[in-house]
Design a protein around this ligand. Structure first.
Ligand SMILES: C[S@@+](CC[C@H](N)C(=O)[O-])C[C@H]1O[C@@H](n2cnc3c(N)ncnc32)[C@H](O)[C@@H]1O
Length: 277
């Protein structure tokens, strides 16, 4: 049965009310993704007829009304102004992780032929973005989850950077023997017993939880930086983990340590230059 876009928008808004925070906006995003049209089309074609009983659309509405993230329905996520493939095998990239890319790019010479290792690559967005900005760097992107690695593989191929990003399945740096110039990571950093919003239950749990306290993987990565004599480490962290990172690094020789904030002015990550002399 056909309805106008406007009628369908109202109908979906009603179904999402009480489930998502901004039902009207979410209904608009869902319809734009379904119609593969932009916002201008949406605004200017309110009277166009749309088949509101299409099974794919009905399935999306049903799943979204159970608070499943839109990105897992559309298999598309925007990051750093580019579109990536995504599915339930990998964490949905967050806007704050764009800052990690900026911080790395500001800390290196982008033309250098560096060996960069990313731990916990997920959908591959960090290594891919860095590879696009660092034409001479080569990357080893590690993840413990084979499902995440297949999402990353798909994105790496789509962006034509397979010749410079090698994927490996493993635990932290266990599968990397090469000399590393830069370690980058957005590791899981949430405490095991933290109470989370319901929609996070759709995302891989090993992408979210970093251990009992939450910062365990970050600390293990710092240990690896010193064990493996890695000069530079860039890492995303939780807004409340700065003190712990500062304390932990006190037992190591540090040349410089910078914490960076996210757009809401919360601590979000750090870059440490290690002193290995
Ligand atoms: C927070 S997600 C980050 C994904 C992606 N890099 C991003 O920024 O959107 C963390 C990733 O680390 C992976 N991971 C968790 N524990 C790991 C471990 N011990 N070794 C390697 N990867 C791990 C998870 O599978 C997940 O893909």
């Amino acid at each position: 049965m056909s309805s106008t876009l406007k009628e369908l928008h109202n109908e979906i808004t009603e179904k999402l009310s009480g489930v998502v925070e901004f039902p009207r906006r979410e209904a608009e995003l869902l319809l734009m993704a379904y119609l593969e049209r932009d916002q201008l089309y949406f605004i200017t074609h309110q009277e166009v007829l749309v088949n509101g009983r299409d099974s794919r659309l009905l399935e999306w509405i049903e799943r979204r009304s159970r608070n499943e993230p839109l990105e897992y329905l559309t298999h598309c996520v925007s990051f750093y102004s580019r579109e990536f493939y995504i599915d339930e095998g990998a964490l949905i990239p967050r806007p704050e992780t764009e800052l990690l890319i900026d911080e790395v790019l500001a800390s290196v010479n982008p033309d250098e032929a560096l060996t960069i290792v990313e731990v916990g690559t997920g959908s591959g967005i960090i290594s891919i973005l860095l590879a696009l900005h660092m034409p001479n760097a080569r990357f080893i992107a590690v993840d413990i989850s084979p499902r995440a690695l297949s999402v990353a593989r798909r994105n790496i191929e789509a962006f034509g950077v397979s010749d410079r990003i090698e994927l490996r399945e493993g635990d932290l740096l266990g599968c990397v023997n090469e000399k590393i110039d830069l370690l980058v990571s957005n590791p899981p950093y949430i405490a095991q017993d933290a109470s989370l919003e319901e929609n996070l239950s759709y995302e891989p749990q090993n992408a979210l939880f970093g251990g009992t306290i939450g910062d365990e993987i970050i600390c293990r990565l710092i240990d690896e930086v010193y064990r493996r004599k890695i000069p530079l480490f860039a890492c995303e962290m939780g807004y409340d983990q700065r003190l712990k990172v500062q304390e932990y690094l006190k037992s190591f020789a540090v040349q410089s340590l910078k914490f960076y904030l996210d757009l809401a002015s919360f601590d979000r990550g750090f870059i440490v230059k290690a002193n290995h002399e």
